[in-house]
Design a protein around this ligand. Structure first.
Ligand SMILES: C[S@@+](CC[C@H](N)C(=O)[O-])C[C@H]1O[C@@H](n2cnc3c(N)ncnc32)[C@H](O)[C@@H]1O
Length: 250
């Protein structure tokens, strides 16, 4: 039986936190602001206490929003996106920068007769506890190990044949490539391994216009760039993920 949205949202694995140094520094700065607020209040220095307290509080709210998105919002948004694809269940799907499997293992639940391949360099600076072994453990916990393949590799040079996937996904990963040339190579590689008629979905916090332009240069059709809403805000609307989607012509 096909998985429902509720099945997709029900998680048994452990998926960590994205870019963990970001919430760590937010927490440290928030604590410092609140500390200065109390010290300033104790020494009757409202000109210092009030702005420091406001900054501390704002950072605390931003931290809460970041943790919510990384732990819950991201999963809910992707559950909706994957259901909207109306997959048949026998597709070959590739997730670029799959990390601990947040999206990879969700899409695998929709592929009872297909295959979900996750490729990553397993950088712990990009996701807390990131490791091939952690994703393997999650694929067991989610009950999809029979249809998932994990590969260590760089998305700029994919170790796959041309036209071998029906769908290429990437969640919050391509922006981790520091240079525009590298990010363009990742998009080119995604297009190369896609079958004619295949679709690509990239959710990311920046460089999405770059991906859109590159997909157009590569002759992709049905290109769309859209916001993903507050469930994909990493700390506030100033770090909002957007989705770029496209189809490879037949
Ligand atoms: C923020 S994490 C997102 C992981 C997962 N897609 C998710 O949404 O939970 C970014 C991932 O991209 C991976 N990554 C960064 N640069 C990469 C590259 N050049 N090739 C493959 N993976 C890469 C990191 O190791 C990390 O797992």
């Amino acid at each position: 039986m096909a998985a429902t949205v509720t099945d997709l949202r029900h998680r048994r694995g452990e998926y960590g936190i994205d870019a963990p140094y970001v919430p760590l520094w937010m927490g440290v700065a928030a604590a410092a602001g609140i500390g200065v607020f109390f010290a300033g209040s104790a020494f009757s220095a409202p000109a210092i206490a009030i702005p420091a307290g406001n900054i501390g509080l704002a950072l605390l709210l931003s931290l809460a929003d970041y943790v919510y998105t990384s732990r819950f919002g991201k999963f809910d948004v992707w559950a909706d996106l994957l259901r909207e694809l109306n997959l048949r269940g026998d597709e070959q799907v590739l997730d670029l920068g799959c990390g601990r499997g947040a999206v990879l293992l969700m899409v695998a639940k929709l592929l009872p007769r297909g295959r979900a391949v996750g490729l990553d360099l397993w950088k712990t600076s990009d996701q807390f506890g990131n490791a091939l072994a952690a994703t393997k453990r999650n694929e067991e916990l989610e009950g999809v190990a029979d249809r998932v393949d994990l590969q260590t590799g760089d998305m700029r040079t994919l170790p796959f044949e041309d036209r071998s996937f029906d769908l290429v996904l990437s969640s919050l990963a391509i922006h981790n490539i520091p240079d525009a040339v590298g990010r363009a190579s990742a998009v080119d590689e995604a297009v190369r391994v896609l079958r004619p008629g295949g679709r690509i979905l990239i959710a990311d916090i920046n460089a999405t216009r770059e991906y859109e332009t590159r997909l157009r240069q590569r002759g992709m059709t049905e290109i769309r760039l859209r916001p993903l809403g507050p469930r994909m805000w990493f700390g506030g609307p100033w770090v909002a993920a957007r989705l770029v989607s496209a189809r490879k012509p037949d």
